[in-house]
Design a protein around this ligand. Structure first.
Ligand code: HEC
Length: 128
């Protein structure tokens, strides 16, 4: 009886340790650290001026038609639609319900580029 209780205790300890380990690992993958860099972000940003270069550098070639996951980033209309759906920002800020973009091991967007994309959306997704 005592030995059974003992092995039950051991089992619980093993399970608890594993649960702890798993949650740490998952946490790391789901919320990777965004690189913070100092920058000045203009008040008004345009797709042609600032946004397309960020996307072409970080999201091509996976999101040029026919893009991965059905997401195309090679033209203004498609990018605007992904932006307005909320998916664009949520994927680059690594919202836990979205797949991390760009996927590892590729470098994540830095804090400046994220700020630029957010401001572009907040100010109405201008093309020019
Ligand atoms: C190395 C290839 C690759 C790069 C680079 C890449 N993606 Fe993706 N992306 C994928 C794949 C593959 C999927 C489909 C993932 C899935 O459904 O599991 C995807 C899906 C997405 C989705 C849909 C996410 C969802 O959870 O449904 C968005 C939004 C997205 N990518 C945005 C971006 C943005 C923005 C960039 C650049 C900052 C980028 N991706 C860079 C491969 C890539």
């Amino acid at each position: 009886m005592t030995s059974m209780r003992k092995s039950f205790q051991n089992l619980m300890i093993i399970l608890a340790t594993q649960a702890l380990l798993c949650s740490c690992i998952r946490e790391k993958v789901k919320n990777p650290t965004i690189i913070a860099v100092p920058c000045e972000v203009k008040d008004t940003l345009t797709y042609q001026g600032q946004i397309a270069p960020i996307l072409s550098q970080n999201c091509f070639p996976c999101h040029v038609y026919p893009g991965s996951g059905g997401i195309n980033m090679d033209n203004f209309t498609d990018v605007k639609a992904v932006a307005l759906s909320g998916m664009l920002v949520q994927s680059i800020i690594h919202d836990t319900t979205y797949v991390i973009m760009p996927p590892p091991p590729q470098k994540l967007l830095d804090s400046c580029d994220i700020k630029r994309i957010k401001r572009w959306i907040q100010t109405g997704c201008r093309e020019y």
